[in-house]
Design a protein around this ligand. Structure first.
Ligand code: FAD
Ligand code: 2HG
Ligand code: ZN
Length: 476
């Protein structure tokens, strides 16, 4: 038997011929890339842990071009790997073998913005941060934000159903994405690019593509409901002694900050050590076992400040919080946010990364870190816990100086069994991609997986779209 993390066998797709290249060059002149130096970066993922060997990178600009590409690839039985900003963390964004890479990088046009409804419609390759800047100039914000904002594409965000730092306030993309335009495997354009808040005419097909990781279609455009920019934003960086205090502070926040609470994130002291060591970021407060980044967003600074003042007084007098700092000025707020946003980057400097992204009942999330440390007993270089506390989403990360099979065997399946025993999800927000495809059964029944496989077979009968990803190698 092969291990669940092992590479799958190459499926019998065609290989790209000179005639194929001629066709691509005709429809995408100057945008059919075969130069190995240029292909290098799209064959390797952000973590540098997965490497494909694609020899062709296609850079379409329009939905019509994507349609032509897929129609051709489907008829020729050529496999295709859609790629956005290549910031995915589960090996889904790069080819496994010689799949053609279809990049959305040149599909970066904003199509419309309606300032009355707040609906933004844009092509899939728009970089999240560019959209944020565009909207801020129009008094709005994107309903999602993540550490990878400078590189990730909105199409990639939708394809992974990315969560991020604002989900607590604005909910998931299943709620904020109002429309999706997709090109199906055979090249047909499925136009579900609605901008309506409400539309119950039949099945909500766009939902299928949100979180489908490029396995059901290529997302070419999306419309997103964007909130108004808050007039008053405050960021606090607080420290506490125990996870129980962290939980209590979260409850206090929910009670006392209520509708203005817009983020509640946490990191442990091991994350802080990595930020200090690898990124030279200094702790803005005194050393504590746990830290939290709490953001409030409201429309009236005086009202928010009064609430914050009362909250801080209560948190300090009841000894929940041992130290803290508050930022209203944008540059200081950004600096405090980077203590949370840049943990992933700090980890990448620490060695080989083993990443786990689980959701659990919030009161149990840190127990996994503690149990893992005890279970590994010093075999790992670092074992750190951080994440989206408000969403019950823990990022457990473990590092070793180099890839270590013995350590991996100690971590898995322990981590998955631990999570499954508590009915948690083994992938809260990063998806399954290549790396986690075979762990799906820890969180989904065999019946549910069989239905997924049926949907895949209906929409992509030849299986050309992002093969080896998301669905397991074998159905149970
Ligand atoms: P890629 O990495 O290029 O692709 C990801 C997947 O989507 C692949 O399976 C790909 O085939 C598919 N895909 C991409 N574009 C399309 C398209 N147009 N149509 C169909 N399929 C497509 N994730 C979170 O959920 N929350 C976070 O807070 C978060 N923070 C991060 C911080 C850092 C520093 C990094 C490196 C990553 C983080 N991620 C986070 C992970 C990641 O999922 C997101 O960065 C992002 O959503 C991926 O977008 P992308 O454009 O880079 O997609
Ligand atoms: C975050 O919340 C991201 O920072 C990345 O989802 C988490 O690297 C990770 O484990
Ligand atoms: Zn996250």
């Amino acid at each position: 038997t092969t291990s669940p993390g092992a590479s799958p066998e190459r499926l019998p797709f065609s290989t790209v011929t000179l005639e194929d290249l001629d066709f691509f060059r005709r429809i995408l002149p100057g945008r059919t890339i075969t130069d190995p130096d240029l292909l290098e970066s799209c064959n390797v993922d952000w973590l540098k842990s997965v490497r494909g060997s694609s020899e062709v990178l296609l850079r379409p600009q329009t939905t019509q071009e994507v349609s032509q590409i897929l129609s051709y690839c489907n008829s020729r039985n050529l496999a295709v790997n859609t790629q956005g900003g290549n910031t995915g963390l589960v090996g889904g964004s790069v080819p496994v073998y010689d799949e053609i890479v279809l990049s959305t990088a040149l599909m970066n046009k904003i199509l419309s913005f309606d300032s009355i409804s707040g609906v933004l419609t844009c092509q899939a390759g728009c970089v999240l941060e560019h959209l944020s800047v565009y909207l801020e100039q129009r008094d709005h914000i994107m309903p999602l934000d993540l550490g990878a904002k400078g590189s990730c594409h909105i199409g990639g965000n939708v394809a992974t159903n990315a969560g991020g730092l604002r989900l607590l306030r604005y909910g998931s993309l299943h709620g904020t994405v109002l429309g999706v335009e997709t090109v199906l495997a055979d090249g047909q354009v499925l136009d579900c690019l609605s901008t309506l808040r409400k539309d119950n005419t039949g099945y909500d097909l766009k939902q299928l593509f949100i979180g489908s990781e490029g396995t059901l279609g290529v997302i070419t455009a999306v419309s997103v409901l964007c909130p108004r920019k808050s007039k008053s934003v405050h960021v606090m960086f607080l420290g506490c002694e125990t996870f129980d205090q962290l939980l209590k502070t979260f409850q206090l926040c929910r009670g006392m900050l209520g509708e203005i609470l817009s983020a509640f994130e946490f990191l442990d002291s091991e994350c802080m050590r990595l930020l200090n060591t690898h990124l030279k970021l200094d702790n803005p407060i005194s050393d504590c076992p746990f830290y939290m980044v709490i953001e409030t967003s409201g429309s009236d600074a005086r009202h928010d400040e009064e609430k914050l003042h009362n909250f801080l007084e209560e948190a300090m007098t009841s000894s929940l919080v041992s130290d803290g700092t508050l930022a209203t000025e944008e540059s200081k707020a950004k600096a405090l946010w980077s203590m949370r946003e840049r943990v992933t980057e700090a980890l990448r400097h620490d060695g080989f990364n083993y990443k786990y992204d689980v959701s659990l009942p919030v009161e149990t999330i840190y127990q996994l870190v503690t149990d893992m440390r005890a279970h590994l007993g010093g075999q790992a270089k670092s074992v750190v816990g951080y994440g989206h506390m408000g969403d019950g989403n823990l990022h457990l990360n473990i590092t070793s100086p180099t890839k270590d099979a013995k350590l991996l065997a100690a971590i898995e399946p322990f981590v998955y069994e631990w999570t499954s025993a508590r009915r948690g999800s083994v992938s809260a927000e990063h998806g399954l991609g290549l790396k986690k495809r075979n762990y799906i059964y820890y969180s989904k029944s065999s019946r549910a997986v069989a239905v997924m496989a049926g949907i895949k077979a209906m929409l992509d009968p030849r299986g050309i779209l992002n093969p080896y990803k998301t669905l397991p190698d074998r159905l149970l």
